[in-house]
Ligand binder design. Structure first.
Ligand SMILES: [Mn+2]
Length: 260
């Protein structure tokens, strides 16, 4: 259903019935299990990152997705989010981090769980794409991204953009209120779509923005998804019917499945 090239995956839609896309899960095991129950045997599952923190069950969410990756690696892709960014010593590069305390409470020690987490984190990719249709990343893109080679082998600047960037209405690139990554405008999205020959950039990273369902911005080029109830919104998954790609509208009613 897909092939791995460096740190990206290239999806073959002709090998799957649907592509089921999860946005941030953020410790919401109930929504994760509901979403997984929508996946058929011929469906490819794509997770966009941010598995723990905020919600109550980050430990169980990571264990569930890690086991799924080990058992069915041919039909599961999991991307790295900014909440999967730790030093080799287990220090989080984001804040606030809830997973460390949760792991101590539920699994005895952070050190023991961090070994498990590292096994999981080592399987995470930074992006995936359906040629001619969509790029999947956790956060977003920047104006320097213009080649498939950068998806395969991104430098640290582009990795930071994938993990942290957010779309905004104003053209250009702007300082991010997050203190990491940048905000990017519709001209940046249009240039990246043109350079990579895609129609959409499908991302998560802002669950509140998609609290009532997947939200299109930048003339429909950028779509923000959300699969957690940790912020009180309505979690959903995208079920992209492979036979209708590339004409498919990713936010049309029959592509969106609400999980609550
Ligand atoms: Mn995020």
């Amino acid at each position: 259903m897909y092939t791995i090239h460096g740190r990206t995956a290239v999806i073959d839609p002709e090998a799957c019935r649907n592509i089921l896309v999860f946005g941030d899960v953020h410790g919401d095991l109930v929504s994760l299990e509901r979403g997984l129950s929508k996946a058929g045997a011929d469906d490819l599952i794509v997770f966009l990152g941010d598995y723990a923190d905020r919600g109550p069950d980050g430990v169980e969410v990571i264990e569930t997705i890690h086991e799924l990756l080990l058992r069915e690696s041919d039909r599961v892709i999991a991307l790295k989010g900014n909440h999967e960014d730790y030093t080799d010593q287990g220090e989080p590069l984001f804040h606030p981090c809830d997973l460390i305390d949760e792991a101590r409470r539920k699994r005895g020690s952070w050190e023991a769980f961090f070994r498990r987490f590292t096994g999981f984190a080592n399987t995470l990719l930074l992006s995936a794409r359906i040629p001619g249709f969509a790029l999947f990343v956790h956060g977003g893109v920047g104006s320097h991204l213009d080649s498939f080679e950068q998806l395969e082998n991104p430098d640290t600047g582009i990795e930071t953009e994938f993990l942290w960037n957010d779309p905004v209405p104003a053209p250009g690139e702007h300082v991010s209120i997050r203190g990491a990554g940048r905000a990017f405008g519709p001209d940046v999205s249009a240039a990246v779509c043109e350079a990579l020959s895609i129609r959409h950039i499908i991302r998560s990273h802002e669950p509140r923005k998609a609290s009532r369902g997947p939200l299109p911005e930048h003339d429909g080029r950028v779509i923000t998804t959300n699969s957690t109830s940790a912020y009180g919104g309505a979690p959903a998954v995208l079920r992209l019917q492979a036979s209708r790609i590339p004409q498919l509208d990713p936010v049309s009613g029959d592509s969106v499945i609400f999980l609550d």
